[in-house]
Design a protein. Structure first.
Length: 93
């Protein structure tokens, strides 16, 4: 799909690199392992989102917590987002 987006942008005279690749992720940051999809500890979120950036070409994530919204957004902002930035920076070096 990224190739189609890139081709469309180029044919419209836009730089494909300027197109944001946004991915909505819905779930919960948990305190430990869970069998439920997208209900993971921060470390697993970091692994999954880093993979989506490095291998999938995504550059922006919108987090939608399923419960306890304020606390979940705080956890995501404090524990997941900075760690993903660091992991991506390490991978790109």
């Amino acid at each position: 799909m990224h190739a189609r987006i890139d081709a469309g942008a180029a044919s419209a005279g836009r730089d494909p690199a300027a197109v944001k690749r946004i991915y909505n992720v819905f779930g919960l940051v948990t305190g430990g392992p869970s069998l439920d999809a997208f209900q993971w500890p921060a470390s697993r979120w970091v692994e999954e989102l880093t993979t989506l950036v490095i291998e999938g070409g995504m550059d922006t994530f919108i987090f939608g917590p399923g419960d306890d919204v304020v606390r979940q957004v705080e956890l995501f902002a404090a524990e997941v987002a900075p760690a993903v930035r660091e992991a991506v920076a390490r991978e790109r070096r």
